[in-house]
Design a protein around this ligand. Structure first.
Ligand code: ADP
Length: 149
C-alpha cells in the first residue's frame, strides 16, 4: 500500500491545495492530509474547523483521510505508515524551503518527498492571501473549494 502524507497548515485549504491532492491521487493508494497544529502561528481557523472543512470536500473519496497533528511531519508519516510526503511547489522561494525539509525528512525517517509543480492558474494562490481577502470581507469562493453535496 503506497501512502503519502500531504502536510500543511491549510488555513484555509485552497484550490491550489486541492489541485495537488487531485494530481497526487493517481500516484498513491492513499493520501493522508495532515493539518499541522502550530501554536506559534496565528491562525484564522481552528485545526478542528480546518479538518472538518477538508474532510467535507473528500467525504466521497475513501482513499483520503484528514487528520490534525502537532508533532513532526516525519512522526505523522511513521504513524500512518506512509513512505512519501507530498508537497506543492509554486516558486523558487518554495523550492529552497522544500529542499531542506525534504532532505531532513529523508535523513530522519527514510521518507521520500514527492513535489508537484503548481498548475499555472494557481501559482499566485496562497492561504495567506486568501486570509487577507477574508479579513477585508472579499468573496473568496474562487480560491476556496466548495464541498459537493
Ligand atoms: P505550509 O505552512 O506547510 O507551507 P501550506 O498550507 O501553506 O502549508 O501549504 C501546504 C503545501 O501546499 C505546501 O507544499 C505548499 O507549497 C503547497 N501549496 C500551497 N499553495 C499552493 C498552490 N497554489 N499550488 C500548489 N501548491 C501549493
Amino acid at each position: 500500500m503506497k501512502t503519502a502524507i500531504f502536510p500543511g497548515s491549510f488555513d484555509p485549504f485552497t484550490v491550489g491545495h486541492a489541485s495537488i491532492v487531485a494530481r497526487g491521487l493517481p500516484l498513491f493508494d492513499r493520501i493522508v492530509i495532515g493539518v499541522g497544529i502550530n501554536d506559534n502561528k496565528r491562525s484564522l481557523y481552528t485545526p478542528e474547523q480546518r479538518v472538518a472543512r477538508i474532510a467535507a470536500l473528500y467525504h466521497n473519496e475513501p482513499r483520503i483521510r484528514v487528520v490534525a497533528y502537532n508533532d513532526l511531519t516525519i512522526d505523522l508519516a511513521h504513524r500512518e505508515q506512509a513512505g512519501f510526503i507530498l508537497r506543492g511547489l509554486r516558486s523558487v522561494k518554495d523550492f529552497e524551503y522544500e529542499r531542506d525539509i525534504a532532505a531532513m525528512n529523508s535523513r530522519l525517517g527514510g521518507v521520500e518527498t514527492v513535489l508537484l509543480f503548481t498548475e499555472a492558474q494557481y501559482a499566485h494562490i496562497s492561504s495567506s492571501v486568501v486570509r487577507e481577502l477574508i479579513a477585508f470581507g472579499k468573496d473568496v469562493s474562487d480560491f476556496v473549494p466548495q464541498p459537493q453535496p
